[in-house]
Ligand binder design. Structure first.
Ligand code: ADP
Length: 404
């Protein structure tokens, strides 16, 4: 292996002409180089492997093996890929220059040699080649560090996924027993206590479920289902989940599905339900008065409307046109989000501002999970919002019409 930093840099001069060798040798030695010599290409390759020089000066016209062939063979050696090679040639026509670079030369110098030019050219190509090597080295170290960091994150997420999965089982036991206790004879005080245990347990379970989902996706372990489902029914069911909560607050909750949205779709209904539930749950949580609306439309930017076809008319025929981009939006008239927080809230554990947790609770994982799921589905998510006026969360995702 080439020593990392030789005290005196070493040049290998390859030329069958002794006068040329002498000239080059004198120029380089005068500027502090150590020089070794070879008289032809074959000798050069042997000397290169033995000496591992810092630069090779190569004549073209030599007996046995010419400079181009020697240069190309040198490039194939394990240590030869990065060593700068300067071709010294009397031929400076287009063809010879191209041939020199094609053979892997770093640069070329025309004969008769000019000693000063030679020294500067050698210095320049050696310095550039060192910089390139250092860059390559740091690029490789960076790639290694990035891989290690990614692997670390994956392992951590895997650990989190396992732990939260393990906590879920006893938690379900606690909740089950609480339900059972509620059905027994209790004093009002005891009932109050058990009720608090139940709601706290449910909150804890939902946090654990969020952590499990988030870390599973981070660890690359979450796989989407591919199954047929009834989109209209799914949307109506999701909205129904929040009717009571909205009504209790005096907030109107509605669902609007455009007739062109196909009823029969193919994809992952559970994950779609999870995304829309998260958005509706936030809308209810952050809206004190007014209205919340879930809408589903065909995204006309991606699927221009064909007036001859009704999306809701039933299963698609054949593969052609089976993909449909559905745009879901959840609009509320709630507290809204400051412009600078609109991107942050999709990051894990991030909330719009510090007071949110105090007033509304939450972990800041819901939207991060939505973002992960939408990414997995090949869609996009975003928000338009104005403080005190409300928010519109948008999700656009490609789904398949059901096959016949
Ligand atoms: P969590 O609700 O558990 O805090 P999310 O990731 O679902 O976590 O939401 C992150 C933050 O985004 C919320 O804490 C809130 O600050 C903001 N946010 C989300 N949805 C709305 C909404 N509909 N109106 C106002 N703010 C919202």
């Amino acid at each position: 292996m080439k020593p990392d930093r030789r005290e005196t840099p070493l040049a290998l001069i390859v030329d069958d002409d002794a006068v040329n060798r002498l000239l080059a040798c004198a120029a380089l030695e005068s500027s502090g180089w150590k020089v070794e010599e070879a008289e032809n290409g074959r000798e050069a390759l042997e000397a290169f492997q033995r000496l591992q020089p810092d630069v090779v000066l190569l004549d073209v016209m030599m007996p046995e093996m010419d400079g181009y062939t020697a240069c190309a063979s040198l490039r194939k050696l394990p240590e030869g890929a990065d060593t700068p090679v300067l071709i010294m040639t009397g031929l400076d026509d287009y063809h010879s220059i191209t041939q020199a670079y094609d053979a892997g030369a770093t640069d070329f110098l025309t004969k008769p040699l000019n000693g000063l030019l030679l020294i500067h050219r050698v210095r320049y190509i050696v310095r550039s080649s060192r910089i390139v090597q250092e860059l390559r080295h740091s690029q490789a170290s960076l790639a290694q560090a990035r891989d290690a960091a990614l692997e670390g994150t994956r392992l951590k997420s895997e650990f989190l996924a396992t732990v939260s999965h393990e906590i879920r089982t006893p938690m379900n036991g606690v909740l089950g027993m609480t339900e059972w206790l509620m059905d027994t004879q209790l004093t009002p005080e005891q009932r109050d206590c058990v009720d608090t245990i139940r709601t706290s347990g449910e909150t804890l379970l939902s946090i654990i479920n969020n952590i499990l989902d988030f870390s599973k996706t981070e660890a690359g372990k979450l796989q989407l289902q591919q199954t047929d489902f009834d989109a209209r029914r799914l949307l109506e069911e999701v909205v129904a989940l929040f009717h009571t909560r909205a009504r209790c607050r005096g907030v109107e909750l509605s669902c609007l599905i455009h007739p062109l949205v196909p009823t029969w779709l193919h994809g992952d209904p559970d994950r779609l339900r999870q995304i829309l539930s998260n958005l509706l749950s936030n809308a209810v949580k952050f809206t004190e008065q007014g209205a919340i609306r879930l809408r589903a439309d065909v995204d006309e930017r991606q699927d221009p409307i064909d007036p001859g076809r009704s999306g809701a008319s039933g299963p698609a025929n054949g593969n052609a046109g089976r993909l449909v981009h559905v745009h879901f939006s959840v609009t509320d008239t709630g507290i809204g989000i400051a412009p600078e927080a609109c991107t942050r809230i999709f990051q894990p554990f991030m909330q719009a501002d510090g007071s949110t947790t105090k007033k509304y609770g939450g972990t800041g994982l819901g939207l991060a999970i939505c973002q992960q799921l939408v990414d997995l589905m090949g869609g996009s998510i975003g928000v338009d919002s104005e403080p005190d006026r409300g928010s519109v969360f948008h999700v656009t995702t490609p789904l398949e019409r059901q096959a016949e």
